[in-house]
Design a protein around this ligand. Sequence first.
Ligand code: PEP
Ligand code: MN
Length: 360
Amino acid sequence: MSPMNINNWIECEPDNFLVISGPCGAETRDQVLKTADQLAKTGKIRVFRSGVWKPRTRPGGFEGAGTEALEWLKEVKEKTGLKIIVEVATSNHVEQCLESGIDMVWIGARTTSNPFSVQEIASALKGIDIPVFVKNPLNPDLNLWIGAIERIYAAGIRKIAAVHRGFFPVEKTRFRNIPKWEIAIELKSKFHELPIICDPSHMAGDTALIEELAQKALDLNMNGLMIESHFDPANALCDAKQQVTPAQLESILNRLEHRVETIDDKHFQDVLNEIRGQIDCIDFEILELLSQRSRLSHKIGIEKFNRNIAVLQLERWEKMQTNRLELAKKLGLSDSFVKNILQLVHKESIALQTDIMKQL
Ligand code: PEP
Ligand code: MN
């Protein structure tokens, strides 16, 4: 896949960064036009977003104003000059958007999770030169996300962007949808040209967390942000807690620090190379030590087998965690980081020992 560089299909000025904003859902003509007018006046956004058909988890909620809203969006385009992006989930949505001159479409997380729906949308878009933004699926399955992007690409679309909006949490967390930056990074490393946009609104579920997530996206050199806004968030009919006012959006955007990918400064490159060299050495040492550790797991596995002792020794595992976490704390390492590593290392050790039991 070689999608087109984002700078070739949309102006990402200033800062080489795309900002998309607008309400979660189109509610009334007045709400859409007021929000768009206030956003346009900030001069900070290029694209106005709005859900027209809202996918609701349970029936009975606000499902968007539907077809009628496409007329309001046309008006936004005429009055503000902003490009318009709308969520599509069926071929009928695609056809209606195309008839109404909608500039771009996005595929929502629930739809990305369903290859039949993505294929239906891709087929409806065949031969049409319109940018398509593909949100990540609800569950952290990189292949499902890539599969959706490939279906759109196979329909001939080259103006494609991925949108990282976080993944549904199994347990309650401070985020509505957990950001999994490593998955977005893996996607980027598989497809260097694919632009990745971050949607901190749906990750956060709460306006208080949006700025921190948006900054993280910039730190990771993502290509843009999609942030929900409403002229009167308190009375929004959907996602009220996560929508900011256009004025709040402007202050958030003003506070964000933009990073550059590289600079042509010889001294800086030398410093970077020196530190990277040290990191490489440490990583190689860690791998050597892990290999030594695995050999010891193997050895202890044989001892346990000879005495017919269970692989898992709960008391030992609990003690190990306690003393390693105490040390980690003294060393200034975060509890969750070390816990995750210990769990992985222990899981591998158990797997190695279980294998021995099977073999001997
Ligand atoms: C939305 O953007 O309003 C939306 C429904 O998003 P998601 O598909 O990410 O839940
Ligand atoms: Mn929403």
